[in-house]
Design a protein around this ligand. Structure first.
Ligand code: SF4
Length: 187
């Protein structure tokens, strides 16, 4: 007889995890996937590299958007910030099919020895039917997040150079486009 899954979860689409977790950690596998599936341009403006002064690798994160009092909605009163990739009207992730591995695993985490539940108050816990297949998918995501962590730190200097290169190219294209507009305006 197969062992019954202990972790039962079905997302209730409240968006809670997109408000509460801050900021969202990004790993090399996320960057590689976005690069190949064409989502990089969407996520790129929200990425922030956290490097120490000596440029020792630290982390890449999606920065949260601070919710000012006057732009909070009634259902957002208990939150201070929100992931910029959340559609605040529908409470759906705008990059759901390619969302970060940490979001795929959430609320499950893995610490190298055991699986852990990161948010015991997540409304999806103990909801729905957890099939063996779904349990396997979420556990795989949690383990991939764990193994990607150290690897991403090692790769960060290279990732940093790539992002800087991308930024420089974008700035140059923008300057070139601006120059063309200036020339055609003066004609
Ligand atoms: S990337 Fe998507 S799933 Fe992850 S926190 Fe942001 S909106 Fe939520």
């Amino acid at each position: 007889m197969s062992e019954a899954p202990k972790f039962i979860f079905e997302c209730q689409k409240t968006g809670r995890c997109c408000y509460l977790r801050d900021p969202i950690k990004i790993y090399d596998i996320d960057l590689a996937r976005w690069w190949t599936d064409g989502s990089f341009g969407t996520v790129f403006p929200h990425l922030k590299l956290h490097l120490t002064e000596a440029l020792v690798p630290n982390e890449i994160k999606i920065e949260k958007t601070i919710l000012q009092e006057n732009e909070k909605r009634p259902d957002e009163d208990k939150f201070d910030s929100v992931c910029p990739l959340l559609n605040r009207d529908t409470k759906e992730c705008t990059i759901y099919s390619t969302r970060p591995i940490t979001c795929k695993a959430f609320p499950l985490g893995y610490n190298g020895e055991n699986f852990i539940i990161r948010d015991l108050e997540c409304p999806g816990i103990d909801k729905g039917i957890m099939t063996t297949e779904r349990l396997k998918t979420v556990r795989t995501a949690a383990k991939r997040e764990y193994t990607s962590n150290n690897r991403t730190m090692t790769l960060l200097p290279a990732i940093h150079s790539l992002i800087m290169k991308e930024l420089t190219e974008l700035a140059m294209k923008e300057a070139e486009a601006q120059k063309r507009t200036d020339i055609s305006d003066s004609e």
